[in-house]
Design a binder for this molecule. Structure first.
Ligand SMILES: [Zn+2]
Length: 60
């Protein structure tokens, strides 16, 4: 079984975690219908449009 030859120093360990373990930000794009920022590949939360069509009705 593979076993680490040397202990990873605190500096190397923390550097690795700081660069890799970043929270992924949601991909924000502007809505084609209302111009509001929404997540890409998702129905717009403001107007309910997706790909130029109304998917969720916001009236009534
Ligand atoms: Zn919209």
């Amino acid at each position: 079984m593979a076993v680490p030859k040397r202990r990873v120093s605190k500096a190397r360990r923390d550097k690795r975690r700081s660069s890799v373990w970043k929270l992924a930000t949601p991909n924000l794009v502007k809505c084609s219908n209302c111009g509001e920022y929404t997540q890409s590949h998702k129905v717009c939360a403001n107007c309910g449009y997706y790909k130029g069509k109304e998917v969720i009705s916001k009236e009534a």
